[in-house]
Design a protein around this ligand. Structure first.
Ligand SMILES: [Zn+2]
Length: 748
């Protein structure tokens, strides 16, 4: 629970307050002097300094005193009194806001900073507070607020320190150094500025240089765990989770009471697939009052693990929710092994340890798993050799393709392992997007309207700045656009220089080369030359479509009207032009589906099949439409295509659809794909259908056809257990057993 402005403290504090108000308290030193003592590691002196403050006649001083003593409720109450007093102004509100921020209440903290600015519009510390809160809210205003703080008070050390950290988040080392140095020029003991310097050195693999900075921090305050924690956060930010763990441990070693570091360590260890120590660390922080959303949610998730099952083999660890494991495991297991076999060859490496895949049917659990916070938009996330992703059941049918997501995430596993996590975001994301299209052409990244808009407005980023589009987007769609751009850059490199060149680039990044160096070494181009060639290549592929966009949109709107008016001749007349203007569009209200429907209305099944096939090939993923296509393919005699289409739905929405599995099982049994038939019939059984006997019987037939008599007998007996008089099952059992060996209803 977080601290709130309205929290009231106990009577004792009121009594003391009254005593102080009438002058019973000893005069105390200032809050700044106590904070300085603490900063320099003089713990005992700081403690008595803060105690002294609590006896002050000033409510504000008392607030700072209680805060220093970690008596947060009392501090809160004193801040309330301080802001009510006629003298209470901006300072009291800013400091109260910082307390609330520290106690997990950013919303009210922000209110207080705003109130402070109403009283003093030039209050640099209020802007700093807003910047600090903003770093937790992902609204990207942190840097702007911090810059405003510096503008109002160029000597505000903490604002420079914050700017240094933000620049490093952004991968802008140069700016990070400038800001850290600016902080140190104002205050030679600026500990967080030193920590930023240490992080910069570690990120460049200059461990000895980092140690020099840690040495400086230690000389000032050996108990300053926050410095290590700041470094750990930067390592995490740059995918170096294992190293992050090392530095959170150092933070705790320096300051065993740094509960935020205990919590962060627990969450990082969870990401690495551990359970025991994370539980200990998170409970420790929780029990000591550190109860931010990430800590609470992560503890909740650890508790929910009892509802999961884990399957292990030599190369994989698969963790799934109990109730869907029987159904989904065969699909995920097979795909995961296929991916490992493919990447092992392609990336020319074997993973040092089994890869752990966790599949979450509840998207909020997944979000907690990955960020410590709910509300994340992603579908999958990779931490070292652990991949966490949504289960197909977590999303609306057609919302996402677990198959392509898994190929994407597994590419990260290989690339991050191969480069020891030293690879820029744009490259690892771009390569993963590229791999989706390599695994199946219809999984290639979509040229969505947002992407087309960005191309038309000429706002694609230069390759050197592409990371920004992921981390600090300038407009809401820029993340999606950057995924597309990064993916198509890798498509371009793969098509022009070959797939092995992408691998060579990954290795160059592993050697800590920068993007300009990698482009020079592996492609022989400067970033500017590369951008030029890429833009030319992209323009050839999509330039026309981008130029067509407005015409396409107008015409598509008219098509929707024609469909509404049931003018199917009109739909079929105009549809092909619309598809030609923007063939990649398979989102809501696409021309393919309107044309398919119009053909059906005119009883032209062949025409409808052709429309829907084109939709499928282009990447259309509406399960209902794909089922319709499969039915047409079957009806028109192409049963192999029908089975292939149904199997595509297995990658999109294999849950809650008995009919899909049953029918695909029948088709594959008839086509002699026995392994496929077994998987599909087993899926029906796993869904606990009403006709359990029928489902078991179908599965037994598939086993029998595959030549596995033992499994066939075992399964047909299960059918007879449910329905002893089930004639086809009795017949199959007789066939399976030597003549007269057994009474078919005799249970083992
Ligand atoms: Zn990714």
């Amino acid at each position: 629970m977080s601290l709130s402005r309205t929290t009231r403290c106990g009577v004792a504090v009121f009594a003391l307050t009254l005593l102080c108000e009438v002058g019973w308290c000893a005069p105390a030193t200032t809050p700044d002097s106590c904070i300085a003592l603490r900063k320099h590691g003089h713990k005992t002196e700081a403690q008595s300094c803060f105690e002294g403050l609590t006896k002050s006649t000033s409510a504000y001083f008392r607030a700072e005193g209680y805060w220093g003593l970690e008596q947060y409720d009392s501090a809160n109450e004193q801040f309330r009194l301080a802001t009510q007093a006629p003298t209470g102004g901006a300072l009291e509100r800013v400091r109260w806001g910082m307390l609330l921020h520290e106690r997990f209440n950013n919303a009210e903290a922000d209110d207080l900073f705003n109130e402070a600015l109403q009283r003093d519009p030039k209050n640099a510390r209020a802007y700093l507070g807003m910047a600090v809160v903003s770093t937790y809210g992902f609204d990207n205003k942190a840097a702007a607020y911090a810059a405003k703080a510096v503008e109002l008070d160029p000597k505000l050390t903490e604002a420079h320190e914050l700017l240094a950290g933000l620049a490093l988040d952004d991968g802008d080392t140069e700016h990070a150094v400038t800001e850290a140095d600016a902080a140190l020029a104002i205050d030679k003991d600026a500990l967080d500025a030193m920590a930023v310097h240490a992080a910069i050195e570690l990120l460049a693999d200059k461990d000895a240089a980092a140690e020099v900075w840690f040495g400086k921090i230690k000389a000032i305050n050996p108990g300053y765990g926050q410095g290590y924690a700041l470094v750990a956060g930067q390592l995490e930010m740059h995918y170096r989770y294992e190293d992050g763990i090392v530095y959170y441990r150092k933070a705790i070693e320096a300051d065993p009471r740094l509960w935020s570091a205990h919590s962060a360590l627990g969450i990082d260890l969870m990401r690495m697939g551990q359970e025991k120590e994370p539980l200990e660390q998170l409970e420790l922080s929780y029990d000591n009052g550190y109860r931010d959303a990430a800590t609470v949610n992560s503890l909740r998730l650890l508790d929910s693990y009892k509802n999961f099952v884990t399957f292990k083999d030599d190369t994989t660890i698969l963790r799934m929710k109990k109730e869907e494991a029987d159904l989904l495991r065969p699909y995920f297991d097979a795909e995961l092994h296929k991916i490992i076999a493919t990447y092992q060859k392609k990336y020319k490496m074997t993973l040092p340890a089994p890869v752990q895949l966790e599949v979450y049917p509840d998207h909020e659990d997944f979000a907690v798993r990955t960020m410590g916070m709910p509300g994340l938009g992603a579908l999958g996330v990779t931490f070292g050799e652990v991949v966490a992703m949504d289960s197909p059941s977590a999303r609306k049918p057609g919302d996402f393709n677990w198959g392509s997501t898994l190929w994407h995430e597994m590419s990260h596993v290989y690339i991050l392992t191969m480069t020891n996590h030293r690879v820029p975001r744009w490259f690892t994301e771009g390569l993963a997007v590229h791999e989706e299209g390599q695994a199946a052409p219809e999984w290639a990244d979509r040229l969505t309207p947002e992407v087309l808009a960005a191309i038309r407005q000429n706002v694609l980023l230069p390759v050197e700045k592409l990371d920004r589009g992921f981390v600090f987007p300038d407009y809401p769609e820029q993340v999606i656009v950057s995924y597309f751009q990064a993916g198509s850059i890798c498509d371009f490199i793969g098509s022009k220089w070959g797939e092995d060149k992408l691998l060579a680039m990954a290795h160059s990044y592993g050697e800590l080369k920068t993007t300009p160096e990698v482009l020079k070494t592996d492609l022989g181009l400067t970033p500017e030359e590369f951008d030029k060639q890429y833009m030319e290549w992209l323009d050839k592929r999509v330039g026309k479509t981008a130029a067509n966009f407005n015409e396409w949109r107008t015409k598509l709107k008219a098509l929707v009207e024609l469909d509404k008016a049931k003018d199917y001749d009109g739909v079929l007349r105009d549809g092909p032009t619309i598809v030609a203007l923007y063939p990649e569009y398979v989102g809501d209200a696409n021309a393919y589906e309107y044309m398919g429907n119009a053909h059906l209305k005119k009883d032209d099944k062949k025409g409808a099949m052709a429309d829907l096939k084109a939709y499928e090939k282009t990447g259309g993923e509406n399960p209902g439409t794909l089922k319709q296509l499969a039915a047409l393919e079957e009806e028109l005699g192409d049963k192999a295509a029908a089975a292939a289409t149904l199997n595509r739905i297995n990658y999109i929405y294999p849950v809650r659809d008995e009919e899909l599995h049953k029918h695909l099982g029948e088709l594959w049994l008839a086509q002699g794909n026995f392994a496929g038939a077994i998987r599909e019939d087993a899926a029906v059984v796993a869904m606990k259908p009403l006709d359990k006997a029928g489902a078991e019987y179908n599965l037994a037939q598939a086993y029998y056809a595959a030549g596995d008599k033992a499994k066939a007998e075992e399964t047909v007996l299960l059918a007879l257990e449910v329905a002893p008089g089930y004639r086809p099952a009795q017949k199959l059992l007789l066939e399976l057993q030597p003549a007269g060996a057994k009474d078919p209803t005799d249970k083992k």
